[in-house]
Design a protein around this ligand. Sequence first.
Ligand code: SF4
Length: 947
Amino acid sequence: MNSFLKDTARQILDSGRKLDELVIVLPNRRAGLFFTRHLGELIDQPVWMPEVRTIEQVFYGLAGNTPADELTLIFELYELYSQIQEEPEDFDRFYFWGELILKDFNDLDQFLAPAKTVYQNLAEIKEFESDLSFLTEDQKELISQFWLAFARQNESEKEKFLRFWQILGRLYSDFQHRLRTVGMAYSGQLYRQVVENLQQVEKPWKHFIFVGFNAFTLAEEKLIKHFVKEFGAEVYWDLDAFYLEDKLQEAGLFFRDYQKDPVLGKTFPKVIPDEIRHKSDRIKTHSIPLKTNQANLVGKILEEIGEKEPLEETVIVLPDEQLLFPVLHMLPPQIDKLNVTMGYPIRNAPIYAFLDGVLDLQRFVKVRDGKTSFYHKPVTDLLSFPYLKSENPQHAQEVLDSIRANNLLDVPQEMLVKGNSIFGLVFRKVEAEEIFDYLGNLIQYLAKAYHDDEIQRSYLFQAFKQLNRIRDVFQSKSSKGLRMDFVLKLFRQIFRELKLPFEGEPLQGLQLMGVLESRNLDFRRVIICDVNEGSFPPGGGINSMIPFNLRRAFGLPVQEQNDAIYAYTFYRLLHRTEEVHLIYTTSSDQGKAGEMSRFIQQMHAELGIAKPEVAMVPVDLTPSAPISVEKTRAVTESLKLYLRKNDPNAFPKAKALSASAINSYLDCRLRFYFRYVAGLKEKEEVVTGIDPSTFGTILHSAMEFLYEIGEGNASRKIDTHGIERLKPQVPAAVDRAIRKFYNKEENEELELSGQLQIVREIFVKYLGAILDYDQKNGDFEVIGLEKEYPSGIAVETSEGVAEVVLGGVIDRMDVKEGVIRLIDYKTGKDTKNVKSIASLFDRDDKNRNKAAMQTMLYAHFYETGHPENQLPLKPGIFNIKEIYNPQFNPFLKLEGDEIADYRRFAEEFRTGLSGLLSEMFDPTRPFDQTEKVEKCTYCAYKEICGR
Ligand code: SF4
């Protein structure tokens, strides 16, 4: 197939000029590479090739300098800024502004705008107006519109803007001066310098040919015109009549101006190519519901590539780099060669998250008594990271389990380091000055470990390069007093914006590239994804600190020019193609509406292309099949672990059915199976915040500490005076409970997070309220606190009667006026009303009282544990939130009457329980899903069930 670059190469050859006396100037390096290849294909004998340069190289060559690294420039800018600004922010906060200011300076210079005038002090408005005599009336009108809008702003806003504006003006001139003094420059500065000295540029002995340009900066335009006018340079334009002749077509915006220009106009071809207008039947548009579905469609289109067809004649253009990996995963097997040419944001690469985690780790290192420990959060994140996990999965898992099991907030270093491995490299404390060595060593270690993984290697290489870049800048500046926080913020700022330049072998295989990378190139088959408004062309406007009207007035590019550049990039891809697929999505994504791009709309209206084909993505709408686990032999064997006869002497908690297990079985048989038979545990995490279960645990143990029964005693009498003495001890009991929960030593200092400090006060208040209630209700004798009660019940099974092991922990047992009270502390608002004993076992009753079921079970546990007992058993629930109510009554009520003695209902309760457990052990009764889907809302297994 023919392409613009190939045609141009042929025309240059045909012109008979000596190739080694030519300089071919192209917009970018990639275009140069393709041009050289095409030229080589047309030559059949060894010759000297022409010099191929980018326009930037021409400018830098004439200026005799190249721009400094952006980070260095922003540092220089910051140093000046700190001298001008009274209270400058830290560098990491300035970095973002620094980038923006530098970009504006570049624009001002590349478009040769009078920077001093742009940043004029608004206070001198009169003087300012007289300075504008060189502007047209339209430009002046734009500026006065800006001032009018500005005048309407409130005074403090105006003042802030003015102050900043004045700083920018000073910064610009001081920055020029400073850079010149130290021999540095930024790109725009060099461009302006070249253009200001154009008359001194000597006639080059080589002939210059400018190829494939569209939108020049003013500096480029001046230089090219100078070369054309003074040195006879040539220009080859890549354009089409479709957008050039239509004054409303944004793609032709720049060309129409150049065509009218007395110098450039003469370089336009006599006959303007008119290809696009004949392409309507080759352009297919596809609408697809979801963004990622585009990858499937691309894969399908690629399946049609014939065996003999050269892969490099097909391009996939991705306006959004996030589609890169989905597309790569959907490539059909016949794609055996591929070239990716695009920037991929490093923040999406695993190395970014890893280095970020490592820096986070270093922020929270503690050294106490010579022992180092790390905060659990970054530790658990890092241990779950493939870089560590793949090296020693067992060690990583063991440490993770131990952190969770012991609720370790700080993880000791010796627990993490293992042999001579990455664990030792990561888990060590480093000072801020050593941070670059630390990160560098890690990257180098990983580069060795991932030597065979090309993509990982590429990430690591780029990360290493960028790290060295930051290190160099820091070393050239003072790195004294470098703070870890600062390094972390700076790392995030710089790395967030970085893109990994994927650049493979551009001349071979299927081509996958970003929009701007496709400039100047032609392909037989073009597939463009994300042809949505907001993606192609991209929305978002120009990022600049110079207001729109001022940008416009001073000839700096605004959104209109940006749109025109993208429009040209789009239509240019259609010049020589034979097959085009434009894919857009109909659902909104990341704030972008699911609307087809204006380019597609234009082509519908102007070229009459066919309506979009709706690509159907198969969606499975059939509800997931019900899950039902039959009681196979294996399942029955697991279930039997809850039978006493398997281990008559033991009461292992893990093998006793708790009140929660029984409630769970009543809620959903399958949930019970997952949790208590199959052992699918819900994910456990280290608890730092206060969730309801943490709250309950701390509250229970604080109460236990307060009413603690002395060693060797069976009970403890508590009277009103005793409670009075206990009240001042409440805060200490709460602290002790918090320490216990977080595995802290008795005397270890308690550093409470903000949330915990607030919750601590609530604990103190609640405990005080319990003491008040107890004090008000008279003396009692505590006979047990947080005590485990093993229990059981005889159940009819297929193998005869067996005893099911039950058990649980009763929060508090006391004796008051000859009644044993079995008290459960609850943080919720559970009701005490029980409709009937049978209702406790009725899984269809949506108001089934689970808290009452639990307390009744405790009474059953107590009764079986104390067959000798003669005292009434009274189950009660202390709902902490209700305890302030003067009418508060903790005891269960059946049909309105207080349950004064469980024993009266024990028979009925046991029958219900035994019936329920018989069903549980019935081999013909599967563990099936609940029909009440509302029970699935907070179920940990709902993803398995698809509910
Ligand atoms: S999601 Fe629903 S059906 Fe599935 S286990 Fe949980 S409660 Fe049962």
